[in-house]
Design a protein around this ligand. Structure first.
Ligand SMILES: Nc1ncnc2c1ncn2[C@@H]1O[C@H](COP(=O)(O)OP(=O)(O)O)[C@@H](O)[C@H]1O
Ligand SMILES: [Mg+2]
Length: 239
């Protein structure tokens, strides 16, 4: 269970991006976070693995408080897929990017090799293992970035706008992947049809606060609520 208690956060220039926000996310929950640009979604995600530490309030992953002292444990528990895959892939060979996480956790070379091969095969990237990540297509980069996270078997996976660079076929592949993961997943997306297909619960953020929280299909079909937060119905519900 993830417990966020009265968290506020301001950037050094004074922008208040989270405002006394509280949220509990049960183990195994598939949570979608939606909201207009600048609502604070990425800021919230970046708190879950300790990239940002709250100015006020606390965040706990299970019994582990997110704070500088616990960062190694937090990074084991929570894997974040950044909005831009180029921020996640930094070696000269795809294989090495995927091996980086397990090696960093001190997993033996033999066991790392097993984990990397299994993950690359599951994501249909094994044939590309010797390629430099910079030579991959946007879709391949997206799945590679997800592989860097899944390989260490986190309990929670957090994704920021994961479909922004995917063609319809890869978007479908990602929906199928998420729906087979059986992890706690927290996904930020403007693609509300994608949220509909992958999330059981949805929160709407506005000005650093959660202004609505409920079953995904209820929230996503409430046009008045969506419009008052500068959002629109998923395409499948539009006439
Ligand atoms: N590094 C930063 N420094 C100052 N303000 C920032 C920074 N990053 C984001 N912000 C501001 O914080 C608010 C929330 O941003 P963000 O979390 O990126 O929103 P979202 O992901 O919902 O679009 C916005 O007003 C944004 O301008
Ligand atoms: Mg964002």
């Amino acid at each position: 269970m993830i417990t966020i208690t009265e968290v506020s956060f301001s950037y050094p220039d004074g922008t208040r991006a989270m405002n006394n926000l509280s949220l509990c996310i049960n183990t195994g929950c598939t949570l979608g976070i939606i909201g207009a640009n600048g609502a604070g979604k990425s800021t919230l995600l970046n708190h879950l693995n300790g990239w940002h530490i709250p100015s006020k309030g606390t965040i706990a992953i299970g019994n582990t408080i997110v704070c500088k002292k616990n960062l190694d444990r937090i990074h084991q528990l929570v894997g974040v897929v950044f909005q831009n895959p180029d921020d996640q892939l930094f070696t000269a060979r795809l294989y090495d990017d995927i091996a980086f996480g397990p090696e960093n956790l001190g997993i033996s070379t033999t066991h790392t090799a097993i984990l990397v091969e299994k993950t690359l095969r599951e994501l249909e990237l094994w044939e590309l293992r010797d390629k430099p990540p910079s030579h991959l297509s946007q879709g391949e980069k997206r799945f590679a970035a997800i592989a860097t996270v899944l390989v260490t078997k986190p309990e929670v996976i957090v994704m920021d706008e994961p479909t922004s660079d995917l063609d319809p076929k890869n978007r479908r592949k990602l929906i199928n992947l998420i729906n087979t993961l059986r992890l706690t997943t927290i996904t930020v997306s403007h693609d509300l049809d994608f949220i509909w297909d992958t999330c059981a619960r949805v929160c709407i953020m506005n000005k650093g606060e959660i202004v609505a929280d409920g079953p995904a299909k209820e929230i996503l079909s409430n046009s008045i609520l969506l419009e008052s937060n500068n959002l629109e119905l998923p395409l499948r519900l539009q006439k």
